[in-house]
Design a binder for this molecule. Structure first.
Ligand code: 13P
Ligand code: SF4
Length: 332
């Protein structure tokens, strides 16, 4: 396993006046270059506000696959831009800041997957989208937190499964599908690992009427599902979902208050979707420094200077494509 050092986050470099001017400039540049700006739910508010589409990794991959634009500016992290480059090989994919890595994706390499598969030759390999293209090239299926169970259910019941790289998501899948033989890689995301059950339970005590939205990568998700399984806590008002599933829940559920257990950037979109509701971060420190390397200035400069062009070697892209296509096709 490898690890990735954290970039230093630039604190809000743009003033409100600069933000308005940059939005205008970016929209003009995007029109001139026939570019689309895609932003992940964890991006800075002002970056989300300049995007043509904001969503989870699955939604962004689908947008990248279907867009008519010639250029895709990816306001997200490197593995997402790689996935877009694989899905749209004729488009130019730009990542505004090359420091936008992912601590979870860094926990496994292509060599690691090859060695693991050699130990379990009859197993089907399923990898979370938070992996490098080199890792995806070794996989049978790719999935996101939004469609992981659909992907598992699409695999014949008698087959064993190697699930990578997220340990917490793997544990979630094991609990949801206890009849399946599933080996889980011990990778984790530093942001979600830090959201502990104790912190979440404290927020629940403080706001007993709030519904709880939890990303399955969280350290707390494992304990919550365990407690639900034992009848210690009621599943009512507790939702374990991808970032997009969490955003959907705030509009679909009648509750007026939600505790949000994932990266805090998502609360901007929640506030836009349901301005009358209240959102409480389960852990206000849950901030992904990799996502936050992307600034409005960076998005503007990526269009002006045509940088940083993300490409995937054709042989790796061809091998990764099958697993990604299966991911894009499954789930809502
Ligand atoms: P989603 O697929 O739920 O958007 O999550 C991506 C991610 O990086 C989680 O940290
Ligand atoms: Fe990767 Fe974690 Fe950041 Fe998501 S929140 S991009 S999994 S480091």
């Amino acid at each position: 396993m490898t690890s990735l050092s954290l970039p230093v986050i630039d604190q809000q470099p743009e003033s409100p006046g600069q933000i308005a001017a940059l939005h205008q400039e970016i929209r003009g540049l995007a029109r001139a270059r026939n570019a689309v700006v895609l932003a992940h739910n964890y991006q800075r508010p002002e970056v989300q506000d300049t995007a043509d589409f904001v969503g989870d990794s699955l939604g962004l991959a689908r947008q990248a696959a279907s867009t008519e634009a010639e250029v895709i500016v990816f306001a997200g992290v490197h593995f997402m831009a790689e996935t877009a480059a694989i899905l749209s090989p004729r488009k130019r994919v730009l990542l505004p800041d090359l420091r936008a890595g992912c601590s979870l994706a860094a926990t496994i390499t292509g060599d690691d997957v090859r060695r693991w598969k050699a130990q379990f030759p009859d197993y089907i390999s399923v990898g979370y989208v938070n992996t490098t293209a080199e890792v995806k090239a070794e996989l049978d299926y790719c999935c996101t937190s939004g469609n992981v169970l659909d992907v598992i259910d699409a695999i014949p019941a008698d087959k064993g499964i190697l699930f990578l790289p997220d340990f917490f998501l793997g544990a979630h899948v094991r609990r949801m599908r206890p009849e399946r033989r599933i080996e889980v890689w011990m990778g984790e995301c530093h942001v979600h690992k830090g959201i502990r059950a104790e912190t979440l339970n404290e927020a629940r005590r403080q706001y007993p009427d709030a519904e709880v939205l939890v990303h399955p990568e969280c350290g707390c998700a494992g304990q919550l599902i365990y407690e639900m399984g034992h009848g210690d806590i009621s599943p009512e008002g507790l939702h374990i979902a991808s970032t997009e599933g969490m955003v959907r829940a705030v509009t679909e559920r009648p509750a007026s208050r939600f505790i949000v257990a994932t990266e805090t950037g998502i609360m901007h979109r929640m506030r836009q979707m349901a301005p009358e509701k209240e959102f409480i971060a389960a852990d206000p420190e849950a901030v992904c420094a990799f996502m936050k390397t992307i600034t409005l200035t960076g998005v503007r400069d990526s269009l002006v200077h045509d940088r940083y062009h993300v490409t995937v070697p054709p042989d790796i892209a061809a091998r990764a494509r099958g697993a990604i296509d299966r991911m894009v096709a499954l789930g809502r």
